[in-house]
Design a protein around this ligand. Structure first.
Ligand SMILES: NC(=O)c1ccc[n+]([C@@H]2O[C@H](COP(=O)([O-])OP(=O)(O)OC[C@H]3O[C@@H](n4cnc5c(N)ncnc54)[C@H](O)[C@@H]3O)[C@@H](O)[C@H]2O)c1
Ligand SMILES: N[C@@H](CCSC[C@H]1O[C@@H](n2cnc3c(=O)[nH]cnc32)[C@H](O)[C@@H]1O)C(=O)O
Length: 411
């Protein structure tokens, strides 16, 4: 594609999602009027695709200078990256399928702007700031973190006394994880798997590793598509939830024998490894929708395989003792590396939280450590979303408040 065609294609994608992100649009309009980010420099490492571009535009329109790169070597859409580079006060360094060196070089380039605010998805920028770029830490007002695993990583740093900046845990806003992780991953993981394989889900046995917010969504949609769902867990409560939601629950050692399609959503390593590959059926399909490329142990699978070949775009077939094991998108997030990521209406709420939290960091002096998203911001996003959907809800009447708060008439 020529540069002109790339930019045109990126602009079209951004225009489409912008018109389906009403909450972010309202925030963008207020940012344009009030310029709350004037003079701020924002460094970002997020999936560079159209919804992220809509967030980047809102921040730049709010007065900020923005530099962005990817947070996953396979999720960047080069047309969106090209379109972003035509905008004032925005520089994008992300490139699809970059090698590891290029990936980390781009993170350095973003940090070269000397940001005062960061936005991460997986804590790559913050990790770099605390290792090779510590000279920049005194200039940092704070950062935002988009995802569950990033927050685990930051809380571990905080516990060790290693976290030297404030970070807002955007993932933990209710208007983020209850919708993005559950309904977003629930839909987009299946979108990625179905468009990549062009196979039927109905009648298949689907094994979901992990029954957290992502796992619940992926399992719920698999059931809806007609699959027989098996869940694996390490947490007894979540295992019980899965069972009572109607799924079978067992160990992965057992489930590995039955699965036609496996989807990992744990944020943990080695959910699928040698002992599982050994007992899998011929033709099993493996996808990850959790974290980086660590949930499926591809090193072990490669070592076991007599041959590996590409059988379709984003599908590699490993021949293991005469059985074919198919891995989607090199074990990276199937919804982003083999699809377009979450639906726009879901990212609308996630990125509304990001925009409001960036403003919150710009306007408040926060202590070093991991901070929750302020409850009123979370509620504001929910209210705007409901309004954009044309939904009205009831309000407590004074006597109902009195009843709920009193103890005299409780029986
Ligand atoms: N694909 C996406 O777009 C997307 C969206 C949101 C979050 N994520 C990522 O997905 C992962 C899960 O996020 P979440 O919000 O669902 O987290 P969560 O903490 O709610 O759920 C993770 C679940 O995995 C379980 N688990 C951990 N180790 C396990 C093991 N060895 N076997 C079986 N289960 C195990 C945990 O008990 C937990 O119930 C994180 O890495 C997060 O960053 C991806
Ligand atoms: N960067 C790591 C960490 C997981 S990304 C998971 C996050 O991606 C976010 N996400 C999912 N879909 C999209 C999208 O379409 N655009 C931007 N971000 C997305 C979502 O909010 C979730 O918390 C990795 O690539 O493996």
């Amino acid at each position: 594609m020529s540069d002109k065609d790339l930019i045109e294609s990126g602009d079209m994608k951004i225009g489409w999602v912008r018109s389906h992100m009403p909450v972010l649009s309202i925030i963008r309009e207020s940012f344009e009027r009030e310029q709350p980010l004037k003079g701020h420099k924002i460094a970002m490492a997020l999936h560079v695709e159209a919804k992220t571009a809509a967030l980047v535009e809102a921040l730049a329109i709010g007065g900020a200078e923005v530099a962005i790169t990817g947070c996953n070597p396979l999720s960047t859409q080069d047309d969106v990256s090209a379109a972003l580079n035509t905008r004032d006060n925005i520089k994008c360094y992300a490139k699809y399928d970059c090698c590891s060196d290029e990936y980390y070089e781009a993170i350095d380039k973003v940090l070269d702007m000397k940001p005062d605010i960061t936005i991460d998805d997986g804590a790559d920028l913050i990790f770099k700031l605390h290792t090779e770029r510590t000279d920049l830490l005194p200039g940092i007002l704070g950062g935002c973190e988009e995802t569950t695993t990033g927050i685990h990583r930051l809380k571990a740093m905080e516990k060790d006394g290693a976290l030297k900046m404030p970070v807002v845990a955007v993932n933990d806003a209710m208007t983020k994880f209850l919708f993005d992780n559950r309904y977003g991953t629930g839909q987009s993981a299946w979108d990625g798997i179905m468009r990549t394989t062009n196979l039927l889900v109905a009648g298949k046995t689907v094994v979901i590793g992990g029954y957290g917010w992502c796992g619940k969504g992926v399992a719920m949609r698999a059931s809806g598509l007609g699959a027989d769902v098996i869940v694996t867990e390490i947490d007894p409560i979540r295992a019980l939830e899965a069972r009572m939601d109607g799924h079978r629950v067992m160990s992965m050692a057992e489930a590995a024998k039955y699965g036609d399609i496996f989807v990992t959503t744990t944020g943990n390593v080695d959910i699928l490894s040698k002992k599982h590959f050994e007992v899998m059926k011929d033709g099993a399909i493996l996808a990850n929708s959790g974290h980086f490329n660590v949930e499926i142990n591809l090193e072990e699978l490669t070592a076991m395989a007599s041959s590996v070949r590409a059988v379709r775009k984003n599908i590699k077939e490993y021949n293991v003792a005469g059985k074919r094991i198919n891995v989607l998108a090199d074990g990276r997030l199937v919804n982003l590396a083999a699809g377009d990521g979450h639906p726009a209406e879901v990212m609308d709420m996630s990125f509304a939280n990001q925009a409001l939290c960036v403003k919150y960091i710009a306007e408040n002096k926060l202590e070093n450590g991991v901070h929750p998203v302020p409850h009123d911001l979370d509620m504001y996003v929910a209210e705007l979303k409901l309004k954009s959907m044309g939904i009205e809800i009831d309000e407590l009447e004074p006597h109902q408040t009195e009843y709920m708060e009193g103890w005299e008439c409780g029986t």
